[in-house]
Design a protein around this ligand. Structure first.
Ligand code: UDP
Ligand code: MG
Length: 139
């Protein structure tokens, strides 16, 4: 078993899809190990996506991620990082496979309902970003 970080993004929280997305993730076999509701400021959203700084979509992405509450969660599964990437689908919902979270719930390539870590190394960093008590949680 391994861990990854998911974030239900402001578009999905704001349109009342968080519960359906959580149920989808549980149905896909993930166990929720930690979860909270958070509101990111510009510095936090910018730091979380610092790897994309300078890309044409960066400013819009940061504004979007601070536009409303988000729900970060630590998910556990076999090969959690790769499994979650498969479960959420491609970045652009128009290209996401049928039955994936983004195909079902994303509005657009930018407002795409959910974030998922892309490597074990980044999962550890991203879990630490939202869950400073991760050692006490046993993560
Ligand atoms: N994004 C965007 N336009 C793009 C690429 C990405 O608005 O052309 C946004 C989108 O919200 C995406 C996030 O930036 O989820 C991070 O991009 P990344 O390439 O890491 O995609 P992801 O890992 O989320 O599939
Ligand atoms: Mg990414």
């Amino acid at each position: 078993m391994s861990l990854t970080l998911a974030i239900i993004k402001p578009d999905a929280v704001g349109s009342g899809k968080a519960g359906k997305i959580l149920a989808h993730l549980e149905g896909a076999g993930f166990t929720v190990r930690a979860m909270r509701l958070a509101r990111l400021n510009k510095a936090q959203a910018g730091a979380f996506y610092a790897v994309h700084e300078g890309r044409p979509f960066y400013d819009e992405l940061v504004d979007f991620m601070m536009s409303g509450p988000v729900i970060p969660m630590v998910l556990e599964a076999d090969d959690a990082v790769a499994s979650l990437r498969e479960t959420i689908g491609a970045t652009d919902p128009a290209e996401a496979a049928d039955g994936t979270v983004r195909k079902l719930y994303a509005e657009s390539k930018g407002r795409n309902a959910i974030h998922a870590s892309d490597s074990d190394e980044n999962a550890a960093i991203e879990i630490g970003f939202f869950f400073s008590n991760h050692e006490r949680l046993g993560l």
